[in-house]
Design a protein around this ligand. Structure first.
Ligand code: ADP
Ligand code: MG
Length: 267
């Protein structure tokens, strides 16, 4: 098992070179959060609460102003193959077919072409695209492209998959299918997941824990264990779950937690 930990993380962006010397406000304040492999942690919060900043810190794209981010107690020094990132509009390479897109990170790691092909075909199978390896990116639907992006992120066997609104651009039906797909793929890969979403429904259906960020400065308002994903993996339908009293109670609770103090902020 591996653990990704935020330890007393605070963040403020540095002023732009040569511009105003005025300091930016704190974006995140004393965040303590751990994600173990096998967990699916979903972060939710209003726009500007620091969700993307938190994910960029975990990825190692930016460094915290204070505190340390560790993987198994070792501080991270930047991006690493142990933490893969999936964005909402992930750029696939249009001049490569689906298989070669997935294999691309392995090529960068100088994995032999035969092994790359075997691994890419395994991943195509895992994401339900076993027959689409030879297709060009422009021949794939939005949901299929996003699955290729996720397969590519999994190519180097990351311990953690970091996802910023990965399903936000998909239509409702595709999005709902992709949620089931994500649960299955993550369960099979054994990786830990950190996913950002605007959708309370998505958070409740996917998460083993929902973490609520409150803005100005971003801080943890709640860390709530959730069990619906386990029921979906065991065969329950999302519609069944959404009609349960427990789901409705949790949905209402999260809605008021996220909107708490929103009017004061707007004033
Ligand atoms: N590169 C940056 N430089 C300065 N401020 C930034 C930068 N990126 C984000 N911010 C600010 O940090 C806050 C949090 O942003 P972000 O992490 O994108 O939040 P979220 O993803 O929850 O909407 C916002 O006030 C935003 O304006
Ligand atoms: Mg964001």
């Amino acid at each position: 098992m591996s653990t990704l930990s935020f330890r007393d993380i605070s963040l403020r962006y540095a002023p732009q070179n040569g511009r105003s010397r005025e300091l930016h406000p704190w974006v995140l304040e004393r965040i303590n959060l751990s994600i173990a492999t096998g967990e699916f942690v979903v972060i939710i919060g209003r726009s500007g609460s620091g969700k993307t900043s938190l994910l960029n810190l975990a990825a190692g794209f930016i460094a915290p102003t204070e505190g340390t981010i560790t993987v198994d107690d070792v501080p991270i020094a930047g991006p690493g193959a142990d933490r893969a990132v999936v964005f909402q509009d992930d750029a696939l390479y249009p001049w490569l077919n689906a298989r070669d897109n997935i294999a691309f990170p392995l090529k960068l790691q100088h994995v032999a072409s035969q092994h790359r092909r075997v691994r890419a075909d395994e991943l195509l199978e895992l994401v339900g695209l076993a027959d689409a390896g030879d297709r060009r990116i422009w021949e794939l639907s939005g949901g299929m492209r996003q699955r290729v992006g996720i397969a590519r992120a999994l190519a180097s066997d990351p311990r953690f998959l970091l996802m910023d609104e990965p399903l936000g651009a998909l239509d409702a039906l595709t999005r709902s299918r992709m949620q089931g797909f994500l649960l299955n793929v993550l369960q099979k890969s054994g990786a830990g997941a950190l996913l950002i979403t605007h959708s309370i429904e998505e958070a409740l259906l996917l998460a083993t824990r929902v973490v609520v960020l409150e803005p100005d400065p971003g801080r943890l308002a709640a860390d709530i264990p959730v069990g619906f994903a386990g029921e979906i993996l065991a065969g329950a339908s999302p519609a069944q779950i959404k009609s349960s009293p427990l789901y409705k109670r949790m949905h209402d609770g999260l809605t008021s937690l996220i909107n708490r103090n929103a009017n004061e902020d707007a004033a």
